[in-house]
Design a protein around this ligand. Structure first.
Ligand code: PFF
Length: 460
């Protein structure tokens, strides 16, 4: 008989689950990564492939993850172990859980470094608000941050500490409180920035860049980046959503419905971020294409400098971005922490969170150094997809573009083949039959094949 509650705690309502899952999904992926990947991968063509990946591969796998989690009620590794035993399938599926924990530690390692950038910028605007010197040329300011390993390490540590505290406190006390107000605030601020975008007179060009696909730009690399981003932005493929699903009550809650709410929120934040950022980029004479990871840090401060009350907007923007990153980073740490505290005892939750965060922080130092002292350490250009990447790029590529899609594919296969039709149907009882059939075959065949095709094309 399956359990109705999790030992780690439960979301207090459906809304809390949606907020927490959307809190996990909405983060640096939407506001920092999506705009710069769009910028680097040819605009509309990338956006189109990205949206297709979300709809065809992302949504079904998101449903699968939450469903497996709710059925198992434990950390991913133990959920899969339990299910494999109960349904008489291979124990090898437990590997999905291990893959997820490793991917989580790797992603958190550089996520926290970039989270640190947002804290640093928030702090710059706080100082400015109290009479400090203005930022000056944003590209100079950004380069000077990246060239300073101590400054980067400091903010990376602060960000990691904030993450650890929330996860150590646990589901009800930590995670829920953090997401309740912050998500709506971020949304409103983005809308204001889009409004500012209209006043620049360049919204039309920005929309063309974002939504008019130039099909000649679509390549294997674009597909891989778009798919990696679809997984990353939905927090998919590393059992995060499985973990959050484990804390989801059963009564009257339809998984497809809540999942669609999460995916819609996530996608609209990414598109809004694009509509907020590109008009500014164009208005200030920057190139929309090829902006790289510095895109928002090089462009938005220009607008904050020019607009009335700009310093306050700057502080609000980077502050809320830091918070959005925070509600995501806690979800990167949660699966591993839940597993360790099942293994060593629930009273060791704090220690478990601290241990994993410590490992991830240490790995993050590699990313910090790759931005300055080790910036020359790169894969030789042109070798293959890896050519020209530094250490931070490599970790990001390995975790986001390879491990997440691979994990997602395995999750789809597990839900489609290892779980019986009856179990799947029980979890999705509200779904019309035709949709259920479509979903099941998407999980069994379509999604895994698409992921495989993209991975194979890019790697070979
Ligand atoms: N979805 C987050 C973002 O877009 O910033 C990043 C993320 C969180 C990825 C949790 C994966 C994950 F498990």
């Amino acid at each position: 008989m399956e359990k109705t509650t999790s030992i780690h705690g439960m979301w207090s309502s459906r809304l809390m689950f949606v907020l927490a899952a959307a809190g996990s999904a909405v983060g640096l992926g939407n506001i920092w990564r999506f705009p710069y990947l769009t910028s680097d991968n040819g605009g509309g063509a990338f956006v189109l492939v990205y949206l297709a990946c979300i709809a065809v591969v992302g949504l079904p796998i998101l449903i699968a993850e939450v469903l497996i989690g709710r059925r198992g009620r434990m950390s991913p590794i133990n959920t899969l172990r339990k299910m494999a035993k109960e349904y008489g399938t291979s124990r090898g599926w437990v590997g999905i859980g291990w893959l997820g924990i490793v991917a989580g530690v790797l992603i958190l390692s550089f996520y926290s470094v970039v989270g640190g950038w947002t804290l640093h910028y928030s702090w710059l605007y706080v100082k400015q608000l109290f009479g400090g010197a203005p930022l000056g040329d944003p590209s100079v300011a950004f380069r000077s941050l990246l060239s300073d390993p101590l400054e980067l390490t400091f903010w990376h540590a602060v960000f990691m500490l904030l993450t650890t505290v929330v996860v150590a406190l646990g589901v009800e006390k930590g995670l829920e409180r953090a997401v309740r107000f912050l998500m709506p605030a971020l949304f409103v601020l983005l809308l204001l920035l889009v409004g500012y975008g209209f006043t620049t007179g360049h919204m039309g060009e920005a929309a063309t860049f974002l939504f008019k696909p130039d099909f000649s730009r679509i390549s294997g690399g674009v597909f891989l980046s778009a798919m990696g981003q679809a997984f990353f932005t939905l927090s998919l493929g590393m059992a995060t959503m499985m973990t959050y699903g484990a804390y989801l009550p059963r009564e009257g809650i339809s998984i497809p419905r809540v999942v669609i709410a999460v995916a819609l929120t996530d996608t609209s934040v990414a598109l809004l971020a694009g509509l907020a950022i590109f008009p500014i980029v164009i208005a200030f004479g920057l190139e929309p294409a090829g902006g790289g990871p510095g895109l928002i840090f090089n462009s938005l401060p220009l607008a904050f400098e020019a607009m009335p009350l700009g310093t306050m907007y700057g502080l609000l923007f980077f502050g809320l971005l830091a918070i959005a990153a925070w509600t995501s980073s806690i979800s990167l740490l949660e699966p591993g922490t839940a597993f360790l505290s099942e293994k060593f005892g629930l009273k060791h939750r704090k220690g478990s969170a601290l241990l994993l965060a410590g490992v991830s922080w240490a790995v993050g130092l590699l990313s910090v150094l790759s931005l300055n002292l080790w910036s020359d350490v790169k894969v030789p250009a042109g070798v293959n997809v890896l050519g020209g990447k530094n250490i931070m790029d490599l970790i990001e590529f390995l975790a986001n573009d390879l491990m997440l899609p691979l994990g997602g594919m395995l999750i789809a296969l597990f839900a489609g083949w290892a779980l019986s039709r009856t179990v799947l149907r029980e979890e999705l009882s509200e779904m019309p039959e035709w949709l259920f059939v479509v979903l099941r075959w998407t999980l069994r065949i379509v999604a895994p094949l698409l992921v495989l095709a993209v991975l194979a094309h890019a790697v070979i």
